[in-house]
Design a protein around this ligand. Structure first.
Ligand SMILES: Nc1ncnc2c1ncn2[C@@H]1O[C@H](COP(=O)(O)OP(=O)(O)OP(=O)(O)O)[C@@H](O)[C@H]1O
Ligand SMILES: [Mg+2]
Length: 309
């Protein structure tokens, strides 16, 4: 018996040519049946486990399929949002040339809102695509200085509205410093950092953007501001999706906390990294370090194991 249930019956015939079974014979039977019960129970448990494992494996397979379908649908929807927004942005541009001076501020506010929305959608889409490896980095060689200058020249109206001073800082070198990477992605990293620096700093403050050449073929781009800074305990956390420092509600109008996640993933796709230096009260310096001559890095997806020779 096991757990008060009969699980097997052991039938013993009479001893051939002998008397009835002795006490010690019966003890041997009991002992033997104990072993048989454990063997049967083990077998039954093994069978149940095998069945449960098969059910779980099937459920896992279905969940992965659903997850893939959900990601594809999500990416498609987010991507399709870009077209109507691009149309709104283009029409606002036309409006901004013809609108009267007194109504100009409304068009500028609408333009800023659309720029923000477009950037957020691009960040969301690229975070997903860089993670699942569906975006291919387009590598080209470009001057590091041009990248910073371009990013500064394409800032949305917010920098002017806040009357910020945008300063540049470059190494004192005769030869032009270049980097090989995805220029569009690098540009979007810089723009995200610049927009953060402007948004989270008080009006009229200055911001410094530039780069430094490091030893061993690495280059670091940076954006420095004199805003409220980032508390040291959040230096890693702010690069996670949807993490925002509390107490900056006003500066964060219409933001969701995706920009720095995009910057981190895009830097890592270049074989680099991003970090912040700040004491949490007197400004911050965001630094991206990447190789000058990089190769695109695969962030996720299964890597094939090398066959042993
Ligand atoms: N230069 C900065 N100074 C102070 N705090 C900053 C700075 N940059 C980012 N932060 C803090 O880090 C948080 C995350 O930044 P992130 O760029 O990821 O998101 P966001 O600016 O809130 O939204 P999004 O960029 O998606 O529009 C911000 O909400 C802000 O609290
Ligand atoms: Mg941001």
């Amino acid at each position: 018996m096991s757990s008060n249930k009969v699980i097997a019956v052991l039938s013993v015939t009479e001893k051939v040519g002998e008397d009835s079974f002795s006490q010690s014979d019966q003890e041997i039977f009991l002992n033997l049946s104990g072993h048989i019960i454990s063997a049967l129970e083990n077998d039954r448990l093994n069978m149940t486990l095998k069945q449960k494992r098969t059910v779980l494996q099937e459920k896992n397979r279905q969940l992965k399929k659903l997850e893939r379908a959900k990601t594809e649908l999500f990416n498609m929807l987010v991507h399709d949002l870009k077209t109507p927004i691009a149309e709104i942005v283009a029409n606002h541009d036309i409006l901004s040339y013809t609108v009267s001076e007194e109504n100009k501020e409304y068009v500028v506010a609408a333009q800023t809102g659309c720029d923000n929305l477009f950037r957020m959608i691009s960040d969301l889409l690229d975070i997903a695509r860089l993670k699942d490896g569906t975006i291919k980095l387009v590598y080209e060689k470009f001057a590091a200085k041009d990248l910073v200058k371009d990013a500064l020249s394409r800032l949305p109206g917010i920098a002017q509205q806040k009357n910020m001073q945008l300063l540049e800082s470059y190494p004192d070198m005769d030869t032009e410093i270049t980097m090989t990477g995805d220029r569009t992605l690098m540009m979007r990293i810089m723009q995200n950092l610049l927009i953060n620096a402007i948004s989270y700093s008080p009006d009229g403050e200055s911001i410094i953007a530039g780069f430094e050449q490091l030893p061993e073929g690495r280059i670091s781009f940076f954006v420095e501001d004199h805003g409220p800074g980032v508390p040291p305990e959040l230096h890693d956390k702010i690069f996670e999706k949807y993490v925002q420092v509390s107490g900056q509600v006003k500066a964060r109008k219409g933001t969701v906390g995706l920009g720095l996640t995009f910057c981190k993933i895009a830097s890592e796709a270049h074989g680099g990294n991003i970090r912040v230096e700040s004491d949490g009260s007197t400004g911050s310096r965001f630094i991206i370090t990447v190789p000058n001559e990089g190769q695109p890095v695969k962030l996720s997806g299964k890597t094939k194991k090398k066959k042993k020779k």
